[in-house]
Design a protein around this ligand. Structure first.
Ligand code: SF4
Length: 192
């Protein structure tokens, strides 16, 4: 059964979508949630108590059907083992709500700190601060420009700049004789 959304606060837009596998209505009128696990390792009673997914499923189911959850179960498929516990109390549910809100805020502000965990590396190691150094490719050294006939382009530019400076120096030294114009005299640079 799919739980299509969980709205943590009616006044906000924090909505999450879950897919969980079995939600049964018990004879007592309450709900029982079973989450199936395909992992190799068997889980412990601590795993069951700390499983955040089950807590969020409880929140979503109680919101959706307005019925109390009475039993939470993790089902280990490889060994056909079911492990059940009572539902989370109000304090745990409130903690989970706060966590969802914090994560939603971080997502909205585009803050996604990487946290190493037992599933690393994930499908995006090239973007992860812990793993991306393994995927860095050295930047190739740009090839030197091809030679023009007899001289490299970069050398030709340097030669041109040097000649240009020499020309300017020569031109500033070679001053034309004063030219009479009326009562005034002028000096003219031949290179101007
Ligand atoms: S490898 Fe993936 S899951 Fe692990 S810390 Fe980096 S981004 Fe997170």
């Amino acid at each position: 059964m799919d739980i299509t959304y969980i709205r943590i606060r009616p006044a906000t837009a924090h909505v999450a979508t879950f897919e969980c596998y079995t939600i049964d209505k018990l004879e007592s009128g309450g709900l029982s949630i079973v989450d199936y696990k395909t992992s190799k390792e068997l889980f412990t009673i601590d795993d069951l108590e700390e499983d955040l997914q089950l807590t969020l499923y409880q929140l979503a189911a109680e919101q959706t059907w307005q019925l109390p959850v009475e039993k939470l179960t993790l089902y280990h498929l490889r060994s056909n083992t079911a492990c059940s516990c009572p539902p989370r109390d109000e304090a745990r549910l409130e903690q989970a709500k706060q966590l969802v809100l914090e994560v939603a805020e971080s997502i909205a502000r585009q803050i996604f700190p990487a946290i190493e965990n037992q599933y690393c590396p994930c499908d995006f190691p090239e973007h992860c601060p812990y793993y991306r150094h393994q995927y860095m490719v050295a930047t190739p050294v740009p090839a030197r420009q091809e030679l023009l006939p007899g001289i490299a382009a970069v050398d030709a530019i340097e030669r041109y700049a040097s000649l240009h400076t020499e020309i300017k120096e020569w031109s500033s030294r070679r001053i034309m004789k004063p030219v009479k114009a009326g009562k005034k005299s002028f000096q003219t640079n031949v290179w101007d």
